[in-house]
Design a protein around this ligand. Structure first.
Ligand SMILES: Nc1ncnc2c1ncn2[C@@H]1O[C@H](COP(=O)(O)OP(=O)(O)O)[C@@H](O)[C@H]1O
Ligand SMILES: O=C(OP(=O)(O)O)[C@H](O)COP(=O)(O)O
Length: 412
């Protein structure tokens, strides 16, 4: 059991408090617009529970990574979050400066504030252990105007960043409803045994997250079906001239350098479990979806945006024969209908069987409503990606560990 304190005990101890609530609102941004997704809807339940009880709710969250094109302020996030609440959300254009402190001090019972992207403050991503993060300016200044801290950001709980691990050392700390339910669901899955084939479809952009735990998950998974960035990186290790950056792309070479050794080792040891794309899809000269057989690729000159039709058929067959299927990340750029075949093909194949299934990846679950699939066809739709696959290996999540280790003494 997690044995962290939850909002049940928070409610017994605090009234009309100033509470810092760490959410994970990290979202896709298309043409400059933040896309609504399950993270807003689920975190809104935690925020509503606290605001309705009369607490002053001060939300902290991040968006993207510095230097990436999805690194952004959180003004739009405040609007999207407000749309899921009965009341409004005041965006504060500051992380922990005087403006932020003044806004927190001026908040009235039931108010909801969202501070700016915590990754805009250098302390957030500094390479420190949790106790040192607790001494940082970011944590000290905000803790000085707050009564308690709630961590609801399960999907970022694998990161040891200041706003995730610093506050429990200096404030009474509780798990929010999303943290509690995702933790329970994913821990239960980790301890479950399956008799038949267990398959994991792996895609998305954060190949590093999955590659780093693939060896550990490999003992539980019989078949990996690879697509997205990870698929191409494994193809590169297998000797194909793909898996590198072309044009403006900056997803491949950096992840290849960080993970080449691990990818080669995993391929060597677990080659029989790994299914790689047989063909790939790209945008043709007239904007149409075009496909190329893997063996015909002599040089990568354009970005591949999906797995090809033969691959989709092969992966569908594997899913159809599976007793459990886990999805981590989309197999292609499903937001563009032309490149949704891989992602949607696998999701449809899962929905057509009665296998146990978990769909994870910050963005991937959006494909469920975008393509008219029924959420009830899946056993669990997680709003986490990297955190959920780590949980499947049984590896601890640092922010969960910190909540547990710093559990308020009155509730031990
Ligand atoms: N070949 C690809 N090239 C670029 N982006 C891709 C590719 N395949 C999948 N994606 C993107 O990956 C995202 C899925 O991300 P997500 O499920 O959150 O996993 P991750 O957290 O690993 O990025 C989607 O937005 C999709 O557009
Ligand atoms: O979206 C997230 O993770 P996910 O894509 O693995 O679900 C979290 O917000 C963590 O973000 P990060 O991977 O930039 O640290």
């Amino acid at each position: 059991m997690a044995s962290f304190a939850t909002l049940d005990t928070f409610a017994e101890r605090f009234s009309e408090s100033r509470v810092l609530v760490r959410l994970d609102l990290n979202s896709p941004i298309e043409d400059g617009t933040v896309q609504d997704n399950r993270r807003f809807e689920r975190h809104a339940r935690t925020v509503s529970e606290l605001a309705d009880a009369g607490h002053r709710v001060v939300c902290l969250a991040h968006q993207g990574r510095p230097g990436r094109d999805d690194f952004a302020h959180l003004d739009q996030h405040a609007e999207v979050l407000a749309a899921h609440l009965d009341g409004s959300v005041q965006f504060v254009d500051d992380v922990c400066g005087d403006e932020a402190l003044a806004a927190i001090e001026a908040a009235a019972p039931g108010d909801v504030l969202l501070l700016d992207n915590v990754r805009m403050h250098d302390d957030e991503l500094a390479d420190r252990d949790p106790a040192d993060h607790a001494d940082s300016e970011l944590v000290q200044r905000l803790a000085g105007v707050a009564d308690a801290y709630v961590n609801d950001a399960y999907s970022a709980a694998h990161r040891g960043h200041a706003s995730l691990v610093g506050f429990p050392h200096v404030l009474p700390a509780y798990a929010g409803r999303v943290m509690e339910t995702e933790y329970e669901a994913n821990s239960a899955i980790a301890s479950r045994e399956f008799d038949g084939t267990v398959t994991m479809a792996v895609g998305g952009t954060k190949a590093t997250d999955v590659i780093q735990v693939m060896d550990a998950i490999g003992d539980k998974v019989d078949a990996f079906c690879l697509g997205g960035i990870a698929g191409e990186l494994f193809l590169r290790a297998a000797g194909h001239p793909v898996g590198g950056d072309v044009g403006d792309s900056n997803r491949f070479d950096e992840q290849w350098e960080r993970n080449e050794e691990t990818i080669r080792a995993v391929l060597d040891e677990r080659g029989d479990q790994i299914h790689l794309p047989l063909d790939l899809a790209y945008e043709g000269a007239y904007g149409e979806r075009s496909e190329v057989d893997l063996w015909e690729v002599e040089e990568k000159v354009t970005s591949f945006l999906d797995v090809g039709g033969d691959t989709v058929d092969a992966y569908r067959d594997i899913v159809a024969d599976s007793e459990a299927v886990f999805v981590k990340g989309a197999l292609g750029v499903f937001e563009d209908e032309r490149f949704a075949d891989g992602t949607v093909g696998v999701l449809e194949a899962i929905a057509d069987t009665d296998c146990f299934s978990v769909i994870g990846g910050g963005d991937t679950s959006r494909a469920i409503e975008m393509y008219g699939l029924d959420e009830s066809a899946f056993s669990h739709v997680s709003i986490a990606g990297g955190a959920y696959i780590r949980a499947l290996t049984g590896e601890p999540l640092i922010a969960v560990e910190t909540l547990r280790d710093c559990r308020p003494k009155t509730e031990a």
